[in-house]
Design a protein around this ligand. Structure first.
Ligand SMILES: Nc1ncnc2c1ncn2[C@@H]1O[C@H](COP(=O)(O)OP(=O)(O)OP(=O)(O)O)[C@@H](O)[C@H]1O
Ligand SMILES: [Mg+2]
Length: 180
């Protein structure tokens, strides 16, 4: 068996929330039942915003929101396509807990998106799409504000999308703007 090479990776800048949503929509077009997306990034980085764009593009029921007090929410498809399972791994101690939730859909039939999933869900699937969002590195405004950026101040986000595993080998990821 030959070792798989590094998967596809794209990086760029998301100038505003609409761009974050649009990336979610573009990624949704690539997603199939059984796929796992892992979102990483500090508080307020734009993880939920990205999932909102995915939900819109997938045509699923219900408002995609921060899963406060909820570990996982299932958004069923309005027409065709897989359900979107939105998981907040921050409140999840282990993967066993996700399985134990007994969601009314199986993960093989769904697109599963996990916020704060880094280091927790990798064992769930060798194939995964990793999206890393960060604030404060998007050019002059971000540099000046640094890490103490106020949540309400709209600074561009840096984003990296990486496909891991055979599922993503050879998949062309959406192009991203290098500058806001
Ligand atoms: N590219 C962007 N540029 C500027 N602001 C953005 C961008 N993307 C999202 N935002 C804004 O950042 C704020 C936080 O977004 P969001 O709730 O999606 O973050 P989060 O990573 O899910 O946060 P949490 O860690 O609390 O779950 C929102 O006000 C959103 O509109
Ligand atoms: Mg969130």
């Amino acid at each position: 068996m030959s070792a798989a090479g590094p998967g596809p990776e794209v990086s760029g800048v998301l100038p505003d929330p609409a761009a974050t949503r649009a990336l979610g929509g573009a990624l949704a077009a690539l997603l199939e039942p059984g796929d796992l997306v892992v979102l990483t990034g500090p508080l307020g980085a734009g993880k939920t915003t990205l999932v909102q764009g995915m939900g819109e593009a997938m045509g699923v029921r219900g408002q995609v929101a921060s899963p406060t007090f909820i570990i996982a929410r299932v958004h069923p498809p309005l027409a065709g396509g897989p359900p979107l399972v939105h998981v907040d791994a921050y409140r999840l101690g282990s993967l066993d807990e996700l399985e134990a939730l007994d969601l009314d859909t199986s993960l093989e039939d769904s697109v599963t998106v996990v916020e704060w999933g880094e280091g927790l869900v990798e064992v769930l699937s060798a194939d995964r799409l990793e999206v890393t969002l960060d604030r404060g590195h998007g050019g002059a405004a971000g540099e000046a504000l640094g890490a103490s950026v106020d949540e309400d101040v709209a600074v561009p986000r840096r984003v990296t999308v990486r496909g891991v595993g055979p599922r993503w080998a050879g998949v062309v990821l959406p192009g991203l703007a290098a500058q806001p």
